[in-house]
Design a protein around this ligand. Sequence first.
Ligand SMILES: *Cc1c(COP(=O)(O)O)cnc(C)c1O
Length: 370
Amino acid sequence: MAHIDTILVQASNGSDDAKTGAVSTPLYFSTAFRHPGLGESTGFDYARLQTPTRAILEKQLAVLEHGSDGFAVSSGMAAIDLLFSSLMHSGENFVSSDDLYGGSFRYFDDIAKKDNVSYTLWDGQDEQALADKINDKTQLLWLETPSNPTMKIIDIKKCAEVAHKKNPNIIVAVDNTFLSPIFQNPIDDGADVVVHSATKYLGGHNDILAGAVITKSHDLGEIIDYNLVTRGQVLDPFSCWLLLRSLKTLHLRMARHDSNGRFLAKHLPKFAGVDKVLYPGLGGMLSFYLADGYDTDKFLKGLKVFSFAESLGGAESLITIPSIQTHHDMSQERRDQLGITDNLVRVSAGLEDQDDLLADLKQAIKGAKV
Ligand SMILES: *Cc1c(COP(=O)(O)O)cnc(C)c1O
């Protein structure tokens, strides 16, 4: 099998050989497809079921995550909803790591209230404690690693072993948004399904809203497929095309995000005004605490290269304040427990020059002294 760099670049080249020989992915907007005759199909019938451009993208997503089936949907939250609504029923339970995307928490609270699906939180670190959280109602284990926004690594392999030992039918699901398949392949570590907000690194340019679900087995893929056709949160053809185009450079982008992330994590602790840096050891995401005596709003207003905006994983470097942006729906108590305080700054290192990024943080922190 070719290396991932080759797989990424060559996606869909040759898919239109018979017609045009186009090297770039064909983009079909058609929602209806003519049938050759009664009971006959070209493989495409109606756009909610499948489109040619999405089919190419979904195949590529499955290859990248070492899975059997891939699904491209309208957002990361749509991907999470597709998974949970496919697998969870009233009265059932799932276990989740406790430091994760704020929108996932909002979703969990929503299905707990409306669908009678309960969840149990676990710290993501103590695998023995995980075994104790799993009971006979537990259908699914949800992991997001590195954790968000405090950047702790969760051992997917150990967690999958513990969960599957308790019950081989438990679905181990991993949100792989932060590391992408370049740095982490959860299915190889024992996960049953991988979810992405493709709005982030997979899209990579702060211009596509998309999500992905990839299953290890085709059996699980069939359940998801039925639910997707029924609910209809599919990704539109143009976004599919943009995402395929983005994926061609994923390996190059991730290498730069990673080197910029490492560089900032190494040098930030030396600055007056920085209390503590949280970095998982790889990738482009890090967080830090602004020290006492430094004003967060002043810091944000002083930034010149970084944008104060709530997203991550794009070419342009972004800074987020989790307590008021991504995690504002979480209770104060839960935020305090996790260390999501108002002086916690989350950094998405983009693709700019590392020295320019560091210099920007340095001057903005310096200017934030009160
Ligand atoms: C952004 C994000 C989501 C939600 O994705 P959307 O594309 O915004 O719907 C889920 N998980 C993680 C880790 C995210 O960063």
